[in-house]
Design a protein around this ligand. Structure first.
Ligand code: EPU
Length: 335
């Protein structure tokens, strides 16, 4: 375990904000995590930070930032048709996806290019191009922040929803995720439900896992800011999920709205489109801007402060609310 005081988080948040925390603790093993519990590090104000790609520090963090940095990918079972893979929380998501692609394990190729660490993936049930982490996750292993004892959660117990899980609710601040068990297929099995992805690979005869991964990367590169070059945290807002009745009445005055029925009389709207139609697409205030090719993303072109980003997102929220009476909820964790 390494501990630093008055630590700059500039290299630990993808918005590249120059913010400080009182104390920064690096956990190099699960043993370190248990030791941190025993030392009482979780009794005072703390925040567990993975890759820092879905977080907005509105100001300096007056507390301890705990950073699980232990990685590792291991094959735990191979039954000929599928594999179980255990990945440690501090491993980068990118490394895991590349490992799967290189070994011909199907299931996460649509999730290539997502920044962040494996331990954060189940918290918000990361997803893109028709696949969510819940589709390939078998089990989450964690430790209790009260006792340091191991806690194991099955996929079902994680209560996954759209960008949602038990880790945002009942277990918020109660556990530290240490390892995840994934189940991937050894048999070709692609998810091409997202139309632009389906179209991108339509002419390829013998579709391979690399073809799909490359198509996803092209779609992402055409729309999303380059991670590490432009500060952002991916989608800033969630796509709003509303009762079908509410959407029906919205459609009367806005017949062009895109909507997706997601069952249980609930309908998902496109936040990007609402932001676009509310006229916010070209908005910029100093270094903070809506990203032109994907209005769901807010970027920091360099030098913005957390509070400037907060002011900016609230203005977008108000503009969309005034026009559609729909409140966009941030997807990003705001501290
Ligand atoms: N659109 C506009 N105007 C624009 C651009 C887009 O109206 O200027 C509309 C289009 O009509 C399109 C719609 O926005 O139909 C949706 O765009 P897109 O397909 O890119 O997906 P998204 O709903 O905006 C979600 C995820 C992304 C994920 C993509 C692809 C959330 C919050 N975001 O975005 O995830 O990559 O789908 O599956 O669910 C992330 O979570 O950080 C993230 C990037």
């Amino acid at each position: 375990m390494k501990q630093f005081s008055h630590f700059s988080l500039k290299n630990h948040n993808s918005f590249a904000l120059d913010v400080y925390c009182d104390s920064f603790v690096v956990l190099d093993s699960v043993k370190d995590a248990v030791e941190a519990v025993n030392k009482g590090l979780f009794l005072k104000k703390f925040f567990i930070l993975g890759g820092g790609s879905n977080v907005l520090f509105a100001s300096d963090f007056q507390g301890t930032v705990i950073h699980p940095a232990f990685g590792g990918i291991s094959l735990v079972e191979d039954n000929g048709t599928s594999v179980l893979i255990e990945v440690a929380a501090g491993e980068s998501w990118e490394n895991f996806v590349n490992y799967a692609i290189e070994n011909g394990y199907y299931g996460v190729e649509n999730l290539i290019g997502i920044p962040g660490n494996v331990g954060s993936a189940p918290v918000q049930n990361i997803g893109a191009y028709g696949v969510e982490v819940k589709d390939v996750l078998v089990e989450v292993r964690a430790i209790s922040l009260l006792t340091g004892e191991p806690v194991v959660l099955s996929n079902e117990q994680c209560a996954f929803g759209y960008r949602d899980s038990i880790f945002k609710h009942e277990l918020k601040g109660k556990v530290l995720i240490t390892n995840i068990i994934f189940k991937l297929s050894k048999k070709k099995n692609f998810t091409l439900s997202y139309t632009p992805l389906k179209n991108a690979v339509a002419d390829i005869k013998k579709l391979t896992i690399n073809d799909v991964a490359n198509a996803v990367l092209s779609i992402r590169n055409a729309k999303l800011p380059k991670v590490g070059e432009i500060g952002s945290a991916g989608s800033f807002f969630k796509n709003p999920v509303l009762p079908a009745e509410t959407v029906n009445s919205l459609l009367l005055s806005n017949p062009d709205l895109n909507y997706y029925n997601i069952g249980n009389d609930l309908v998902k709207l496109s936040a990007a489109q609402l932001i676009d139609l509310a006229g916010c697409k070209s908005w910029r205030a100093g270094a903070v801007s809506v990203f032109p090719t994907q209005p769901l993303v807010i970027v920091n072109y360099g030098g913005a402060t957390g509070s400037e980003i907060v002011d900016f997102y609230k203005k977008i929220q108000s503009a969309v609310f005034e026009m559609f009476n729909v409140k966009l909820e941030p997807e990003v964790n705001i501290l």
